[in-house]
Design a binder for this molecule. Structure first.
Ligand code: BES
Ligand code: ZN
Length: 624
């Protein structure tokens, strides 16, 4: 994952010192005055206008008054045009409002003045607004950018701080709210949300949703397109365009078993249905754990179920993240580290120990690369579990650290407590903090009470401190190893030494994991001729597995293997998943010719990419 842009956020912060002033919530990424008013329910009424690429309508917010003196509500917005604000309860009256100056990363605070007569515990305000066509949390796709090529597509991505670009609200994970929504679309399209979806909903352009469980704003999500539904298991299914739905249902056939495996380990699934929404390839993430409806890149449809750990990951967030939520983005490892650990346990339950070891090992390699990059860039502080993201865009500061270092921390707990005790502890933790947002400190207190303070404690406070506060991978970590990968290393070595020609390598039983390990650990100075030998034997340039193609194309750029160039261009102009495209650009930029190629391709590809990815690549490659 990428970290290079972390510094830019910091630079912007020094240029706009006013940002520091506005953190009344204690969350450095929100303007909301959550200590005075706290939202409890949101009611949306929006029309999706595809011609103008705007959502238009109103948002009703029920807010609980925590400070009886307070007459002002401050909400987060970004790029919204607000036309009117009304008080609906306790009595209907028009309200004065001001939209503050927009900050590059945080957007603009919306301050709403309440009249002195608006007494009482709850207030209900209605905000009439419309979104911008460049809303950072929405992507409006032309028919040509979809699988079916006939209908447009719209999807949202609210994490980390993009909900404010399509809904005015308190955009901090500290606040949890229920919601309902009335969404109008062109009649031939279907809308789905991170809420109760009716698989039998009539397609008429008028849809209603209800999310009865309180969730943080970053989990509010909407998708609109030419979608159809296929059931998978008794509470699971997939929404996708007709052209991909069969392949998706086959690829993700194990999702019901995954859900049941996770329930057995960590307690009941509390959200009713668990469906998947397959997005177009422009989606910049692999997956997003929107409750009841995970959003997913189509690049995991490999044909052999080899990339389904991504589903296990998003599903696991139904416990770690959606049920027990990080209260701010500094503690994101509470979401992602726990989830990565749960993900691997699901994989082991379904596919066995060897696959678990391979995925842990690939994760460790990726973590080591990120730690080296961050350290080299002078950002070693971002290699701590507890980060300080004040002044940084949480999107950009994300690396493998919260994921894989967090996973290593849980692996360490497992090694000391034993699996049975860790499972018991985690189950209790999910029950205890269900539907709450907590800081890392709250977790540490809970761990201390239940494990460290025991007479027979197996972990010391000093050890815990090392995990939380020290950069890099602690010496305490129990590092994964994979015997399967040792065999791959031996084969790679034999080929590199010239002892075994590519054609004679025994790859017949390799899965995606073995191929990734084989390709990701090639020497940097591999020649173009040797790449040609591999390509002739294994047809890697034409691989339809997006992950294998990604590793191969990285090697191809390093080796200057020109026969792969048309594939590289095709790849970069059809896939917008950040993890797959960004490092290809970075690798290209290392040479003068490569830079020219990167700029030429980027100019063609940019309209496909999501707003936050395009912003990052503008910095990296140059705005076309
Ligand atoms: N919640 C994340 C995606 C995310 C993180 C969105 C930060 C916005 C900001 C999701 O659960 C995730 O981690 N996705 C990963 C896949 C996973 C298997 C590592 C991804 O998209 O790469
Ligand atoms: Zn995640």
């Amino acid at each position: 994952m990428s970290v290079r842009f972390a510094a830019i956020g910091a630079l912007l912060m020094t240029l706009s010192p006013t940002i520091h002033a506005a953190v009344p919530s204690g969350d450095a990424h929100s303007f909301a005055n959550t200590r005075e008013f706290r939202a409890t329910h949101l009611s949306l009424d929006l029309q999706a206008d595809f011609a103008r690429k705007r959502l238009r309508g109103h948002a009703d917010l029920t807010l609980q008054r925590l400070d009886p003196q307070s007459r002002r509500i401050v909400l987060d917005t970004r790029g919204l045009t607000v036309s009117k604000v009304e008080l609906l309860q306790p009595q209907p009256v028009a309200l004065k409002f001001t939209l503050g100056e927009a900050q590059p990363m945080l957007g603009a605070p919306l301050s709403i003045e309440l009249p002195a007569s608006a007494q009482g515990k709850d207030v209900l305000v209605r905000i009439h607004y419309e979104t911008s066509p460049q809303a950072s949390g929405l992507q409006w796709l032309e028919p040509s950018q979809t699988a079916g090529k006939k209908h447009p597509y719209l999807y949202s991505q609210s994490q980390a701080i993009h909900a404010r670009s399509w809904i005015p609200l308190q955009d901090t994970p500290q606040v949890r709210l229920t919601y309902d929504a009335h969404i109008r679309t062109p009649p031939e399209l279907l809308a789905v949300m991170s809420a109760e979806n009716d698989p039998d909903a009539q397609r008429d352009g008028d849809y209603r949703f209800r999310m009865p469980q309180a969730i943080p704003s970053y989990l509010i999500a909407l998708g609109v397109g030419d979608l159809v539904f296929r059931p998978i298991g008794k509470q699971t299914g997939v929404y996708a365009e007709p052209a991909v739905v069969e392949a998706a249902a086959a690829e993700f056939a194990d999702v019901q078993s995954m859900l049941e495996a996770c329930e057995k380990l960590f307690g009941p699934y509390r959200w009713g249905r668990y469906d998947l929404l397959i997005l177009p390839p422009s989606f910049m993430w692999g997956g997003m754990e929107n409750p009841r409806l995970t959003f997913l890149t189509p690049t995991v449809i490999a044909g052999d179920r080899s990339l389904v750990s991504l589903i296990a990951h998003e599903l696991a967030h139904s416990w770690s993240g959606n049920l027990v939520t990080n209260a701010d983005w500094d503690s994101v490892w509470l979401n992602e580290g726990f989830t990565t650990y749960l993900e691997r346990r699901i994989i082991e339950a379904l596919y066995g120990r060897e696959r678990h070891e391979m995925e842990d090992t690939l994760g460790l390699q990726s973590l080591q690369r990120d730690i080296a990059d961050l350290t080299e860039q002078g950002d070693a502080a971002l290699t701590k579990l507890d980060m300080d993201l004040k002044g940084r865009d949480p999107d950009d500061a994300f690396s493998d650290v919260p994921y894989e270092k967090g996973r290593l921390f849980l692996g360490f707990l497992e090694s000391r407590l034993g699996r049975a005790e860790l499972d018991r502890f985690l189950r209790g933790y999910f029950d205890h903090f269900a539907f709450q947002s907590i800081s890392a400190g709250t977790f540490v207190d809970y761990l201390t009470k239940h494990e460290l303070d025991r007479a027979d404690a197996r972990i010391t406070r000093a050890e815990l401190q090392v995990w939380l506060d020290e950069p890099g991978i602690p010496a305490l970590a129990v590092l994964p190893h994979s015997d399967a990968f040792k065999r791959i290393d031996a084969q790679r070595d034999a080929w590199l030494k010239g002892a075994t020609p590519a054609k004679s390598l025994d790859t017949s039983k390799w899965t995606t994991h073995e191929w990734l390990h084989f390709l990701d650990n090639m020497p940097a100075d591999l020649s173009s001729a040797r790449m040609a030998e591999l390509d002739e034997a294994f047809h890697l340039t034409t691989s339809t597995n997006a992950m294998i193609a990604h590793s191969w194309l990285l090697d191809a750029i390093r080796a200057g293997y020109t026969p792969a160039w048309p594939r590289l261009e095709n790849y970069l102009t059809t896939i917008g998943r950040r993890k797959l495209v960004k490092d290809l650009y970075e690798e290209l930029l290392k040479t003068t010719d490569g830079k020219q190629m990167a700029q030429r391709i980027y100019a063609r590809a940019r309209p496909l990419y999501q707003v936050p990815l395009a912003a990052q690549l503008d910095e990296l490659v140059g705005k076309p």
